[in-house]
Design a protein. Structure first.
Length: 132
């Protein structure tokens, strides 16, 4: 993979991806993420540090793609997929780009949409295959 893209916030130590998302991709500020998940803002920041979620910085604030969430919480399989991609050497920016890049061979057309429609096994298999 290319060199590490993105940055780590010097204040919080939160890894932040470069904002490679299309402007049509809805994002939520961290306080809204906390409310949606029913957890504290500090728990959301810990989830970002632990690689369970990926954030981008817009206008100085951190945002998380709303596609990462369903009514019950975080999309099933997202954290595991992020871990597989990290183990394969992907930067946060590369992970975000891959999750939102169209792939007509996947159910749902993008890896994140495939995860949202319970095709996590196929998404993780593809993520693992990219390591080789």
């Amino acid at each position: 993979m290319a060199g590490e893209c993105g940055t780590v916030s010097p204040v919080s130590g939160i890894p932040v991806a470069d904002d490679v998302l299309d402007t049509a991709v809805a994002v939520l500020p961290l306080p809204e993420v906390a409310t949606a998940l029913g957890v504290s803002a500090s728990k959301v920041r810990q989830m970002l540090r632990d690689g369970q979620l990926i954030a981008v910085r817009r206008s100085g604030e951190l945002y998380v793609p709303s596609a990462f969430f369903v009514k019950d919480g975080v999309v099933k399989g997202l954290a595991g997929t992020i871990t597989v991609l990290a183990d394969s050497g992907f930067s946060r920016t590369e992970m975000l780009r891959w999750l939102f890049t169209a792939d007509d061979t996947l159910p749902g057309s993008t890896p994140i949409n495939a995860l949202r429609t319970s095709h996590g096994t196929e998404v993780k298999r593809r993520a693992q295959a990219m390591a080789f």
